[in-house]
Structures are given as structure tokens and as C-alpha cells.
Design a protein around this ligand. Structure first.
Ligand code: PHE
Ligand code: FE
Length: 292
């Protein structure tokens, strides 16, 4: 049953609006911060051709993201809005789930305004402007993916009312952040967590370690994930249309209720019904015991 009253959303930090947004203050970025963006941008866009879904490259182009420096959200939003009705708004850091979902449901993508330090080029815990904008925004220029993200936001608010956020969060993780897609030329990356990481962009497609399994909604929502290292398991969608249809058309309420009665699936498990695309060796994860 849907719980009608949600706990109140925490108040935003001082200086932020009630919806947690802040001014990007684009003119405050230093030359060094813009240079960090340029370095990351060149490294990623150079290696992604032939690895990422063509829709991502098209998004980079139509949004003119290849121009130098950290993008100005106001200008980027103008272009994006004309294409799919989405805008990009700045937030101080991670925001409460309800705030995040509410923005998505209104076709607003929240992005951190800060950029990583030069000693964090390969890895950082909190999403920065490079992950958020380079990783996520290009696909928001794709009409079908844009609809999926909005539907996910509305579904997120519903999952909070149903007490099922943990299940729905796995869907985000295994699609929006770490998804692979089958294209005519072979497997390609589309997840933002992969796209914004040099090393995982290589590992996710080429390494023998991880399993690559055909997307199955119920399976994904039961599968645990790791936040501290490369994934041991990727799920492969057939197309954005198929992902949108499978998620939009299903009423998740009975699904959540059913999944509540089933055990979680461990990250390295293969089940009898899985459409296995690559059976991973799991060698990478096994060589790093204790990293969990
Ligand atoms: N169909 C889902 C529900 O009933 C909502 C949803 C759509 C969730 C698309 C994720 C992605 O809750
Ligand atoms: Fe992200």
C-alpha cells in the first residue's frame, strides 16, 4: 500500500534555493578549473569513438560540448531545452532523493558545480561537473532517453511512497550509470559512470572479468551493486525504445511487493534464466580481495 505521508525533505544548505539549486556562478571558475575540464574532455572524447553509443556522440555535437572550458549551464540549457525540453541546474553536491526525483520529473537535471582537483582525475567519490555534464547531459538530447529520465524521476517519487527506493535505485545504477547497449556494430557504452571514467570505459567493454547479461527488469532490481570499484556485472539493453517501453508500461507497485519476498542476487551470480552475453572470469574482482 502506498504510504501517504513522506518524511519532510531536509532544508537546503544556506545560499541554496528551497529546491536546493544554486547559481552556477560560471564566471567564478578559475583558468585551472577550466583546464581540468579540457584535459578530461579530450581524454574521454578521444577514446569514446567506437565505444560509446552513437546517440552520445550526437549529443556532444548538437550541444556543442566540445567547446573549451566548463560549460555555462544557462547556455547549455538553452540548446538542450530546444531539443528535448530538459534544462541543467546547479546544486551544491548530493541532494536528498526526493529533491533529485522531483527535478527529474520536471525535466531538470541537477549537476554539481564544482570540478575535481588535478590529483583526482581518475577517481572521486562525489559526482562533479565533469561526471554530471559530460557523463549525463549528452543523452538528454536524445528524445527517447530524455523521456526515460523523466519517467524515472516520477517513478522515483512513487518508489519513496512505496518504500521501494532500494529496488528502483538498482535500475538507475544498471542503466543510467553503468548501462551497455547492443548496437549494430557490437556492444557500446551509454552509462554515465562508465562514460566519464577512462579506465572503466576500457574495462566495461573489453575486460574478460565482468559478466555482461541481457537486461531484464526484475533481475536488475534484485541485483546488488558495488560503489567502490569497477562493476562485476553489466546489463545490456537492446535499445532506448525497449528500455523505455519495459519500464514505462509496467506498474512497479506489484513488482516491488513481489521482489520484497525474493532474496537479493549477489553481484557475481549467473542465474539459469540469464541471457548471458559474456560469461566473465571475475578475475579482476578476485585479485582484489577485501575491496568491498
Ligand atoms: N513504471 C514505473 C512505476 O510504475 C515508473 C518508472 C518508469 C520507473 C520508468 C522507472 C523508469 O513506478
Ligand atoms: Fe551520475
Amino acid at each position: 500500500m502506498e504510504i501517504l505521508h513522506l518524511p519532510p525533505v531536509p532544508a537546503p544548505p544556506s545560499g541554496a534555493a528551497p529546491d536546493w539549486t544554486v547559481d552556477q556562478a560560471w564566471s567564478d571558475y578559475t583558468a585551472g578549473e577550466h583546464a581540468t575540464w579540457d584535459l578530461l574532455f579530450e581524454r574521454q572524447s578521444g577514446m569514446l569513438a567506437g565505444r560509446v553509443t552513437p546517440a552520445f556522440l550526437k549529443g556532444l555535437e548538437v550541444l556543442r560540448l566540445s567547446r573549451r572550458g566548463i560549460p555555462d549551464f544557462a547556455e547549455l540549457s538553452q540548446r538542450l531545452h530546444a531539443l528535448t525540453g530538459w534544462t541543467v541546474v546547479a546544486v551544491p553536491g548530493l541532494v536528498p532523493e526526493a529533491v533529485f526525483f522531483e527535478h527529474l520529473a520536471q525535466r531538470r537535471f541537477v549537476a554539481g558545480r564544482f570540478i575535481r582537483r588535478p590529483d583526482q582525475l581518475n577517481y572521486l567519490q562525489e559526482p562533479d561537473v565533469f561526471h554530471d555534464v559530460f557523463g549525463h547531459v549528452p543523452l538528454l538530447a536524445d528524445p527517447v532517453f530524455a523521456d526515460y529520465m523523466q519517467a524515472y524521476g516520477a517513478g522515483g517519487l512513487r518508489s519513496l511512497r512505496l518504500g521501494a527506493l532500494d529496488k528502483l535505485a538498482r535500475l538507475y545504477w544498471y542503466t543510467v550509470e553503468f548501462g551497455l547497449i547492443r548496437e549494430s556494430g557490437g556492444l557500446r557504452i551509454y552509462g554515465a559512470g562508465i562514460v566519464s571514467s577512462y579506465a572503466e570505459s576500457l574495462y566495461a567493454l573489453d575486460d574478460a572479468s565482468p559478466h555482461r547479461i541481457g537486461f531484464d527488469l526484475r533481475r536488475v532490481m534484485r541485483t546488488r551493486y558495488r560503489i567502490d570499484d569497477y562493476q562485476q556485472n553489466y546489463f545490456v539493453i537492446d535499445s532506448f525504445e525497449d528500455l523505455l517501453r519495459q519500464t514505462l508500461d509496467a506498474d512497479f507497485a506489484p513488482l516491488y511487493a513481489e521482489l520484497e519476498t525474493l532474496p537479493d542476487i549477489e553481484i557475481d551470480t549467473i542465474l539459469p534464466g540469464d541471457r548471458v552475453i559474456t560469461l566473465g572470469t571475475q578475475a579482476y574482482a578476485r585479485a582484489r580481495p577485501g575491496v568491498h
